[in-house]
Ligand binder design. Structure first.
Ligand SMILES: NC(=O)c1ccc[n+]([C@@H]2O[C@H](COP(=O)([O-])OP(=O)(O)OC[C@H]3O[C@@H](n4cnc5c(N)ncnc54)[C@H](OP(=O)(O)O)[C@@H]3O)[C@@H](O)[C@H]2O)c1
Length: 202
């Protein structure tokens, strides 16, 4: 399959792109900057330009999306708006704009996060947009039934990110183990699923 990975330079996206390539897929890697394919999820025109650059695809994966941490009374208008524009509408627009470029039978695989279902203090925008991404995918899958598949991976805290934050890697999920959840959804035939990925599959 010819698969676009948005966020392909990231903690989740890089090993996921490698895993897809190792399984024989052609992977088009996009980040927010650099010499390769670039896109700003918060800018719908930039998403359109990305699809013009890729040409026909069999699948799109989003392993990107910025949402702001902060408590309800600390987060300002800009913090909420950035979260809505980037992690939520960025992924929504990847699907909307991608329908003309992804071949029928293809898939979209989006990313939310464990906070979408189990919020914690100081995560109001992150939890809100993650939950919206999940419900978007479930509803969009109904509209696109039989033509395109839409699914979401909801990662727990990635072990590499925990280490970067100065914590023990566990309880976390290593990015290479997380990649298996994405690969299964991309290669499978299900749609409208939100898959919680908090530990290695086996
Ligand atoms: N890591 C975790 O523990 C964890 C847990 C649950 C959910 N998530 C979610 O998973 C997603 C990816 O997380 P991550 O930890 O892999 O992030 P990351 O390591 O910071 O990587 C982010 C990726 O997204 C790209 N990117 C940044 N801003 C962008 C924009 N405006 N438009 C398009 N691409 C952009 C980056 O490209 P450049 O390198 O070119 O800037 C990079 O490839 C995020 O939505 C995050 O909330 C992560």
């Amino acid at each position: 399959m010819r698969i676009l990975v948005v966020g392909a330079t990231g903690t989740i996206g890089a090993p996921l792109s490698d895993a897809l390539e190792a399984r024989g897929h052609e992977v088009l890697r996009a980040g927010s900057s650099g010499d390769g394919l670039t896109v700003d999820l918060a800018d719908p025109e930039s998403i359109g330009a990305l699809y013009e650059a890729t040409g026909s695809l069999d699948g799109v994966v989003c392993a990107a999306g910025v949402a702001r941490f902060g408590a309800l009374e600390d987060l300002d208008d800009e913090g909420f708006q950035e979260s809505l524009d980037n992690k939520l509408m960025g992924q929504v627009n990847l699907v909307r704009r991608g329908l003309a470029t992804v071949e029928e039978g293809g898939s979209f695989t989006l990313t939310s996060g464990g906070l979408s279902q189990t919020p914690a203090p100081g995560t109001v925008a992150v939890s809100m947009v993650g939950a919206a991404v999940e419900m978007f995918a479930r509803a969009a899958a109904l509209d696109l039934q039989g033509r395109f598949r839409v699914n979401v991976v909801s990662p727990g805290w990635v072990a590499e990110s925990r280490v970067k934050a100065g914590l023990q890697p566990m309880p976390g999920i290593w990015a290479k183990d997380l990649a298996e959840y994405y690969v299964d959804l991309i290669e499978g035939d299900e749609s409208g699923l939100v898959v919680n990925a908090e530990a290695a599959k086996s």
